[in-house]
Design a protein around this ligand. Structure first.
Ligand SMILES: NC(=O)c1ccc[n+]([C@@H]2O[C@H](COP(=O)([O-])OP(=O)(O)OC[C@H]3O[C@@H](n4cnc5c(N)ncnc54)[C@H](OP(=O)(O)O)[C@@H]3O)[C@@H](O)[C@H]2O)c1
Length: 324
C-alpha cells in the first residue's frame, strides 16, 4: 500500500508505519477492488490481542512490507445495505472503506450493534470453533474449561451454555473471578492452587465424568488435570475430547500412554489451521451475539484517536473498538 500515490478520492485510515509505534491516522487512496472483490463501508473494528500483535510485527500474519493498513476484523456495510463481519488478519481493515472478497463476508443481522458485535466475535471464536467444529454435539454434555478466568475462557463458559451444554465446570486460579463465573453460566468451579493434591482432588470431585475439556492453559497444570480427571473416571468408554486451545501454562505436556489405552480419550487442538471456515457456522455466532446471548462491552474510540485506542488497557469484560 502506498500513502503517497496520486488519487482523486481518499479515505481516512489507520496505517502501520513502524512495528515499534501504534498505527497513525492518515489519509490514503480510496481502495480499488481486485477481480471479484467488493468495496464495503467499515463500521467498527476490534483492537484485540492479535490486532495489536499484527501491528507490532509479532504475529504470523503481520505485514511483510510497510506502510500497511492496521486492523484484522470489521463489521462492514455492503453495497446492498446488509451488514457483514470479516476477518482478514494481515490484510487490514482500519479504513473508512476496504475491498473484500464477498465469499469471506459472514452475514450479520441488520439489527446488530456493530461495536458490540466486533468486540465479542473475537473473544468468542476460540470456544465457538472448538465446540462447533472439533467435537460432537455438546447438547446435554458436560464441559470443563481450564483457564476459565481469562478473556477467552470466561467467554467459553457462556458459549458452552449457549450451545446447550448440560453442565459447565470452570477451572482457574483467580478465586474472585471464579465466583463471578457462577452467575455467568458455570455450574461448578475448580480453584487451581499451589497445593497440587487439593487441586487434583477438586478435579476428581467435579470433573471425573466430563465429556469435553477446553484447555487454555496446557503445560504442567494440564498434566496434573489430565491425571486427576482420568484417574478418577469411572465410565472409561465414555468419550472424552480434550481440546488444546491455549498455552498459558506451558508449551508441552508429558502424557503416559496407558491413559489413552484405558479410556475413550482423545487429545486434539482447535485454532487456525485445524478447522475449515465453512464448518464453523459463524453466521450463527453473529446471530447469537446480536440476540444478546453473549456480549463483551465495547470501549469505543473514533478512528482519529487510533493511537489512544492502542494505548488503552481493557478492563475485565470490555474490548477496545474503533468506530467509523
Ligand atoms: N486457538 C485459538 O483459536 C485461540 C484463540 C484465542 C486465544 N487463544 C489462546 O488462549 C490462551 C488464553 O487467552 P486469553 O485471551 O483468555 O488470555 P488471558 O485473558 O490472559 O487468560 C489467561 C488464562 O490462563 C490462566 N493461566 C495462565 N497461566 C496459568 C497457569 N500457569 N496455571 C493455570 N492457569 C493459568 C489465567 O489464570 P489467572 O486468571 O489465574 O491468571 C487465565 O485464566 C492464550 O494462550 C491464547 O493465545 C487461542
Amino acid at each position: 500500500m502506498s500513502t503517497t500515490a496520486k488519487a482523486t478520492a481518499t479515505v481516512n485510515a489507520a496505517v502501520i508505519e513502524s512495528f515499534d509505534e501504534p498505527p497513525h491516522y492518515r489519509v490514503i487512496p480510496e481502495p480499488q477492488p481486485g477481480p471479484g472483490q467488493e468495496v464495503v463501508d467499515v463500521l467498527a473494528v476490534g483492537v484485540h490481542r492479535a490486532t495489536k500483535g499484527i501491528a507490532a510485527g509479532k504475529h504470523y500474519t503481520s505485514p511483510t512490507a510497510l506502510p500497511a493498513l492496521a486492523g484484522a476484523d470489521a463489521v462492514v456495510r455492503r453495497a446492498d445495505g446488509s451488514l457483514g463481519f470479516v476477518m482478514v488478519m494481515g490484510a487490514g481493515t482500519l479504513a473508512e472503506r476496504i475491498a473484500v472478497d464477498p465469499a469471506v463476508v459472514i452475514p450479520v443481522p441488520s439489527e446488530a450493534d456493530p461495536a458490540t458485535l466486533v468486540a465479542t466475535m473475537n473473544p468468542a471464536l476460540s470456544s465457538w470453533v472448538a465446540l462447533k467444529a472439533r467435537v460432537p454435539d455438546i447438547t446435554g454434555k458436560s464441559v470443563l474449561i481450564i483457564g476459565a478466568t481469562g478473556n477467552a475462557g470466561s467467554m467459553a463458559v457462556k458459549v458452552a451454555r449457549h450451545l446447550g451444554a448440560g453442565r459447565v465446570i470452570a477451572a482457574g486460579r483467580n478465586r474472585a473471578r471464579l465466583d463471578q463465573l457462577r452467575s455467568e453460566g458455570a455450574d461448578e468451579v475448580i480453584a487451581l492452587t499451589d497445593d497440587a493434591d487439593a487441586t487434583a482432588k477438586a478435579y476428581a470431585g467435579a470433573a471425573a465424568e466430563v465429556d469435553v475439556v477446553l484447555d487454555y492453559v496446557w503445560g504442567p497444570p494440564t498434566e496434573l488435570a489430565m491425571q486427576a480427571v482420568l484417574s478418577a473416571r469411572t465410565e472409561h468408554t465414555r468419550l472424552l475430547d480434550w481440546v488444546q486451545i491455549g498455552g498459558m501454562g506451558g508449551l508441552d505436556i508429558t502424557l503416559a500412554g496407558h491413559f489413552l489405552r484405558s479410556n475413550a480419550f482423545r487429545v486434539l487442538g482447535s485454532g487456525f489451521g485445524s478447522v475449515a471456515m465453512e464448518d464453523c457456522a459463524f453466521d450463527e455466532l453473529a446471530a447469537a451475539i446480536t440476540a444478546g446471548a453473549m456480549t463483551v462491552r465495547p470501549h469505543p474510540f473514533p478512528l482519529a484517536e487510533v493511537e489512544a485506542a492502542w494505548a488503552h488497557e481493557d478492563a475485565q469484560g470490555e474490548r477496545t473498538v474503533i468506530t467509523l
